[in-house]
Design a protein around this ligand. Structure first.
Ligand SMILES: *Cc1c(COP(=O)(O)O)cnc(C)c1O
Length: 566
């Protein structure tokens, strides 16, 4: 087993993320942000870009979703045992919370690329004998608890993580904040590099802000003001005491609240959004900051089903390392090979849906997939806006729908959406077979994106910063049918990689349902049922035009050359 010493001899980039999807069995993620972090690390391992990732051990996971017949969600602990997957870190460090010393230890998990590359991942853990009962719970529940619990977790991640890297002897060239949760790391660096008092001229701050900015880069993932983590200064002072003086904090992080996004922006020389559209929106939201765009991507090996992996391996060796090779699928792979690989993937979905939802899907019936975090802006119920219309469409062109997704335990509207979807599932039983798979996770995601015929995405614009599940579908030859938001603004080539729902116009949100029905009825379903070669051409378009570009190898090469090696 690798030890820390395997990783401390070369300069690395510290990659901080509140959640990271490491593998199917380790539940330290809630959704797209964690999957993206995992894919970034997997690509870094493939490309041998030296990183060290820092996250929380989240030993009770996010949660395990249990659904009853009406779609009422209850949550169970999704516990995992780090000692089965990781080795203890040879150090513990202290942070001060509410005037108490809280000890932070942790685990070394070694993430392996599909080739020989490895990346160290530090899983911070406060569940130590030295800590009081309450502090021992701080690294158990991902996104659990109240505001104070969240800020304490962010203290452990940002401040504890930075101290842990130093205690272990890591040599770092950059600190990368994947979303604002870890922004306290920049305050820790400010304190580390403060000028001695004697060196100051009157009116000068003791903090070397330019030096810290040089060391930090920040990726924002949230295109709406309300989505950014904010804490009242009363809470901040209660938990952090005089860690940093209030005027300095207000200058860096906002006068009213400590806004983690503002803090990260103020202390990072390089800032990026996760798609071109999202970077534009971020520039408007935060005038005065230079926001670059590095469009997200997904990890080729992880998100390609076995039948397609085997097909690509045979025809385009090296595709996993250099997914640009997939461009050749358009002309160098026989239609029949694509159809066979898809049918095998679809059979995998049919088996899983029978086992886990007790629903029997038909292999020759057009299948729509929709799965993601269940939250209002993603509009999972959009396709059910007009039940009679959907019924009529399905009477002319048979269709079935597979759904999945968890709602955050405190997101009441998200929970109601799951119940609404179940209501429609019962209502439409006689015409449209609909299955809801419980406990959406990485394994379910792969089966779904590969096994359906079209991947549906209907967020309320401009709320989807990027979205990545449609990119996963592309690796499996599954076209995307989506509102023009996030990555799809760049990815959509109408009728070639998939189809747009409505125009590229944020004020047209209200017409999306009608546009969805029209596109299904007039374009997508006729093509599927009446023009097999035409349909296969779109499957190939998704692979050759979308997967070849929207992958995390390209994304990581750009982070390496533009953010890390500035
Ligand atoms: C890819 C993935 C997501 C993100 O999907 P979006 O389309 O970006 O919302 C969420 N959860 C899981 C389990 C995933 O695999």
């Amino acid at each position: 087993m690798a030890t820390i010493d395997n990783f401390t001899h070369e300069l690395r980039v510290a990659y901080f993320s509140m959640e990271i999807a490491l593998c199917d069995e380790i539940p330290t993620y809630a959704g797209g942000l964690g999957v993206l972090a995992g894919d970034a690390l997997r690509s870094a391992a493939d490309l041998e870009v030296p990183l060290v990732a820092i996250t929380l051990a989240s030993t009770e996971g996010y949660f395990r979703q249990v659904l009853d017949l009406e779609g009422r969600q209850t949550e169970q602990k999704d516990s995992w045992d780090p000692s089965l997957w990781a080795v203890p870190l040879g150090a513990i460090v202290a942070v001060t919370i509410e005037g108490r010393t809280v000890w932070v230890g942790g685990w070394l998990y070694v993430l392996k690329g599909h080739m020989n590359g490895e990346q160290p991942v530090l899983l911070l853990d406060t569940d130590l004998e030295q800590n009081g009962a309450e502090d021992r719970t701080l690294t158990r529940q991902l996104y659990g608890g109240d505001e104070a619990y969240r800020l304490k977790q962010e203290i452990v991640l940002g401040i504890g993580g930075t101290r842990m890297l130093q205690a272990l002897g890591f040599q770092l060239r950059q600190y990368h904040m994947n979303e604002g949760h870890s922004a306290l790391l920049a305050l820790e660096l400010l304190r580390r590099y403060a000028y001695p008092r004697g060196d100051l001229r009157p009116g000068e701050s003791s903090y070397d802000i330019p030096r810290v900015r040089e060391l930090c880069c920040f990726t924002t993932h949230t295109p709406v003001e309300a989505g950014h983590d904010k804490f009242s200064y009363a809470l901040v002072q209660r938990l952090l005491g005089d860690y940093i003086d209030l005027p300095t904090l207000q200058h860096l992080a906002g006068v009213e609240h400590l806004n983690m996004t503002r803090l990260a922006l103020s202390l990072s020389e390089y800032v990026n959004g996760v798609a071109r559209r999202h970077a534009e929106i971020s520039r408007h939201m935060f005038p005065g900051y230079r926001v670059h765009a590095i469009t997200n991507g997904v990890h080729p090996f992880t998100w390609t089903s076995l039948p397609f992996r085997q097909l690509y391996d045979a025809v385009l060796p090296g595709w996993c390392h250099e997914p640009e090779r997939l461009m050749r699928v358009a002309c160098c792979v026989a239609d029949e090979a694509i159809r066979v690989a898809h049918l095998q993937s679809k059979q995998g979905l049919i088996d899983k849906v029978r086992q886990e939802a007790g629903v029997t899907l038909k292999a020759d019936c057009f299948t729509i997939g929709f799965a993601r975090r269940m939250t209002a802006y993603k509009r999972p119920d959009l396709i059910f806006s007009d039940i009679n219309r959907l019924r009529q469409i399905a009477q002319r062109h048979p269709l079935q729908i597979v759904l999945a997704g968890k709602a955050h335990p405190k997101d009441q509207s998200g929970k109601r959406l799951i119940e609404t979807l179940h209501k429609h599932l019962h209502e439409l039983k006689d015409v449209v077979t609909i299955a809801y798979l419980p406990d959406y996770d990485m394994a379910t995601a792969l089966t779904l994106v590969a096994g359906v015929d079209v991947w549906l995405n209907t967020p309320l614009r401009p709320m989807e910063a990027s979205g990545t599940s449609g990119m996963k579908a592309a690796f499996n030859g599954v076209p995307h049918l989506s509102v023009l938001d996030g990555w799809w603004v760049e990815g959509c080539i109408e009728g070639i990689t998939g189809w747009a729902i409505g125009e590229d116009n944020v004020s047209a949100n209200g017409d999306d349902a009608e546009h969805l029905y029209q596109k299904l009825e007039q374009t997508v379903l006729p093509l599927y049922y009446q023009d097999a070669p035409g349909w296969t051409a779109v499957m190939k378009g998704a692979i050759s035009q979308s997967a070849s570009f929207f992958n995390s190898q390209r994304m990581m090469r750009r982070y390496a050359s533009e953010a890390y090696l500035r």
